[in-house]
Design a protein around this ligand. Structure first.
Ligand SMILES: Cc1cc2nc3c(=O)[nH]c(=O)nc-3n(C[C@H](O)[C@H](O)[C@H](O)COP(=O)(O)OP(=O)(O)OC[C@H]3O[C@@H](n4cnc5c(N)ncnc54)[C@H](O)[C@@H]3O)c2cc1C
Length: 495
């Protein structure tokens, strides 16, 4: 006897996205979050990459945008110790959206609850056991300890994931010793900011926007918001650091003095935080009826991409879990979650670890590596390729039944003409249902799909194939014109 369909441990961006996607797929999730209220420590201040398209397809991007700005190709996207200018591309391979993690989480929570998900705050999962049919969580709540049972449980419980430990899944990798301190501060009196972002300080004179390297570490300077300076220090030998003690302006000032050898005037802080980077990945994303997603499954040692990878895990997992629970999953469907997302996580780690190598080191050889890399990024194809890697848009899942160039990639947002009027792929994917898109009037293909997935007849300019079979996560399962390939693909994904 189970209480809900899926227990989700953790109400960060990964858990909240998973809950919303599970509701869209008709499953009943319950989120258990140990914090009584949303965490106050500032974390991400931006979202980038593939997930922005998915959020747009689900109609969520407009809501996020209401909080901030449009996604834009960044002028100086940081990659290790160098920057990539993505403003020069007509169709930029990577866009970023400036949004605070807390605002994003509030929006996702409202969305998940609106769709019917239950979120219990102040409920900590302290024990787990599983058998062939179900998994039971022992929960410490405000009124004492109780148990909840479900067919599946997903640990979206962050980098230190108690679920991962309780499931006995290893988390090999490296935690780097450098400590990074971030401050967003108002521009104080006594500091001149030039149009190009450089600053003039009374004690140290001119400090250039971007990275300043010294023997003690790195000072980074930029501005995302008018009137606010973004400052980050990275120290190789930071001394004693206590994660539980909140960062202060004095701590940031002391760190700047150690790195630069003098004071930089700092105005009132808008945000202060400190963090260390780790490069780790769970050995497996599934142990029986327990699965992992987000930071619980991978930690990336670079900025700006972790939420993209974590929320993309959720979108990949939700429809597969729902199909399992509702008894309509083909054999092995749930195992493709590990196959697809562990590989995507490993690829994200690859570019992210390369960033560690690029930003470390202050000697002439390290400077030369950065200079050569920066030069390569002036080349359009190199910059495009790197940005696609960072965005996760170069992810290609193996798709049985189709060798078409689109198979296994995220579906492009084609403009469509139907009998009911103009629409688009984004509109079709809003309810997160699988769909066969017939672009060439092929009744025999539609017949194969009817009853298993939605079927839509449409016309598109520059049609990429006669028909596309699109999974709920937006990936093209099959594209082409042959019935045999479509039959194989349908049998793989939709029983
Ligand atoms: C300073 C800083 C800046 C960052 N900047 C960026 C950025 O610009 N872009 C970006 O993409 N990423 C950024 N990140 C990374 C990003 O914050 C994480 O990748 C993201 O929070 C991971 O989301 P998650 O939902 O997987 O896990 P988390 O956000 O860690 O959420 C896990 C949740 O699980 C809960 N939990 C843990 N154990 C239990 C339990 N036993 N029972 C119940 N609940 C439990 C926790 O309380 C927490 O709420 C930044 C991180 C930091 C620290």
């Amino acid at each position: 006897m189970t209480d809900v369909d899926v227990i989700i441990v953790g109400a960060g961006p990964t858990g909240l996205m998973l809950a919303a996607e599970l509701r869209l797929a008709g499953a009943r999730p319950l989120i258990l979050e140990r914090r009584p209220e949303q965490g106050k420590t500032p974390k991400a201040h931006g979202l980038s990459g593939q997930i922005l398209d998915l959020l747009r397809y689900r109609g969520l991007l407009e809501k996020v945008r209401g909080l901030v700005t449009d996604p834009v190709p960044p002028h100086r996207f940081p990659f290790g110790g160098v920057h990539v200018d993505l403003t020069r591309f007509e169709e930029p391979p990577l866009k970023a959206l400036s949004v605070r993690q807390q605002s994003l989480e509030r929006l996702l929570e409202e969305h998940a609850i609106e769709l019917g998900a239950e979120v219990r705050r102040g409920h900590e999962v302290v024990g787990l056991r599983q058998d062939d049919d179900s998994v039971t969580a022992e929960v410490r709540g405000p009124e004492g300890t109780y148990e909840v049972t479900a067919p599946y449980l997903v640990g979206c419980d962050g980098g230190r994931s108690p679920v991962r430990s309780m499931a006995g899944i290893g988390f090999p990798g490296t935690t780097y010793p450098e400590v990074n301190r971030i401050g967003q501060v108002k521009i104080p009196d006594g500091l001149t900011v030039h149009d190009n972002g450089d600053i003039e300080t009374p004690e140290l004179g001119l400090i250039k926007a971007g990275f300043t390297r010294t023997d003690s570490g790195v000072f980074a300077l930029g501005s995302l918001t008018p009137g606010i300076l973004f400052i980050q220090t990275t120290e190789d030998d930071p001394g004693e650091v206590d994660d539980d003690v909140p960062m202060t302006l004095t701590e940031l000032g002391d760190s700047i003095r150690r790195v630069l050898g003098g004071d930089v005037p700092l105005g009132d802080p808008v945000r202060l935080s400190r963090y260390q980077f780790s490069a780790r990945q769970a050995e497996r994303y599934r142990e029986g009826r327990i699965l992992l997603a987000g930071d619980a499954a991978h930690l990336l040692p670079s900025t700006g991409t972790a939420i993209n990878v974590g929320m993309s895990d959720s979108v990949n997992l939700a429809w597969k879990l729902a199909a399992e629970i509702q008894g309509r999953a083909p054999e092995g469907l749930l195992d493709t979650y590990h196959a697809e997302r562990h590989a995507a996580g490993a690829r994200a780690l690859l570019q992210s670890r390369a960033q560690v190598a690029l930003r470390r080191g202050h000697d002439e050889a390290a400077e030369a590596l950065r200079a050569v890399f920066q030069e390569l990024l002036d080349d359009e194809s190199a910059a495009r390729r790197l940005a696609s890697h960072v965005a996760g848009t170069d992810t290609r899942y193996p798709m049985p039944g189709s060798g078409h160039a689109l198979a296994g990639t995220f579906v492009p947002d084609l403009a469509l003409e139907t009998d009911e009027g103009a629409t688009s792929v984004a509109e079709l994917l809003r309810p997160a249902r699988p769909v066969l898109l017939d672009l060439a009037g092929r009744p025999e293909l539609r017949e194969l799909a009817e009853g298993r997935v939605d079927v839509q007849i449409a016309k598109a300019e520059d049609r990429p194939a006669d028909a596309l079979l699109i999974r709920p996560d937006g990936y093209v399962a099959w594209a082409g014109d042959d019935a045999d390939g479509l039959r194989e693909s349908l049998a793989t994904w939709f029983a």
